[in-house]
Design a protein. Sequence first.
Length: 448
Amino acid sequence: MEELARSVDRAKWGGAHSMIFASTSLGFFIWGLESELGILYYVTLHSLAFLVAFYAMDFVGDLLVPRLSDTRLARKGAFYLTMTLMGVGLTVLAVDLAVTRGVGPAALPTAIAGAFVAKIGIEGDVPVSLSFLAENTPAADREFSLIMAPNFNNLGSAVGAVIAMVTYYLTNSTMYMALSVAAAAIAALAVLAAVRVSMPESVRWLLARGFRERAEGEARRLAAEARAGFEPREVTPTVGLLGRYAFLVALGVSQYITFGLMAFVIAAFYYQSQPLVLAWITFVATMGASVAAVPAYLLAKRMDSRDFALLSYLGGLVTMIPIVLFVLYFPTDMALFYALLFVNMVFSEFSWAVRTVLEPMLFPTEVRATMIGLVRAVPMAVYDVSSYLTSSFTELQFVWYNAAFWALGAAATAVWRLVGYDVRGALLESASRRPGLRGLPSPSAAPA
């Protein structure tokens, strides 16, 4: 069994890998559009209740869909579920806004209902996508796929911001801004559905569930040709699963809160009366993260993953200092704020890259999506609380709050540098096994 999995890690990149990369990238792109959509609905409905409910719904997707993926649905089956939920929810959101125009007693509850369904699908898609990429991408290309595919989340938010700005310029309406981004998300979902029909299933999931014959068939698609001169590394885990989980939760809380607050929430709270400024803040933030994906990949490929993690979170903390000084001394100089935000978001992308590589690498196949979902559920819950809590903050309190979460991530990566282990180019089974164990786990019984 380990030899079959190793053949996938040794493989040369081919057409099946491109299909997997395109499929997951489109899913992340829709997530980016949805992130922009949430803020636009907030300013259209003028409801903090919608914003809090909007982010609370991520928690359900993180807990439900990944577990179903690990135990019953596999990776492709989970994708069919998430796409269905996305389609229904996004359609309800768009129709609600088109009919109610954001006013009347039905507007808010219908929007919350649509967001509930859509966000279970969108957020549930993320742990499954990260698992799918890690399990089926050649080890030599794993950093590329796990950093560049999730970066389409940033690109989706940037595109959503541009669509919103152009729409507002033409219509002078926040309602049409939201409706145009919802329409773009539905169009992207149609493309995603067409791509996902023909992609392979996860070889490692099939092996873990005992479907060896099917696994061999999929492996022929993914490992038709071996990469010359490459052999995935064997690594020795030095931290147990509980320690890995705690470490990744700290990283997740730090990175997710700091990105969301600075890319979206600060715009919604302090600039909602200026829709174009709101969209510009989102655009600058997500473009800063987007362009940082290439250097993030190059650094992750060359550096010890522990060093890259420490650099990323420490850099985010340091770049918050001039933002605090901006709020204190230059609060009206928006050009300066955009520049400082752009630099801070570069390190946010570095930190996101650390997470997207480590989360699927540190957990075994049979629980990989579930554990990633459990990791992500914690920052989602903290983010929801933060959105409510910071609504009463001054802007200075807001940026100090953000800096405190960067400090949490920097402290966690410093500890990991001392006790953790490097996962670059590692055989997935080697990096994810429990300390003291060797080889793949025994296959569990096939689902009924």
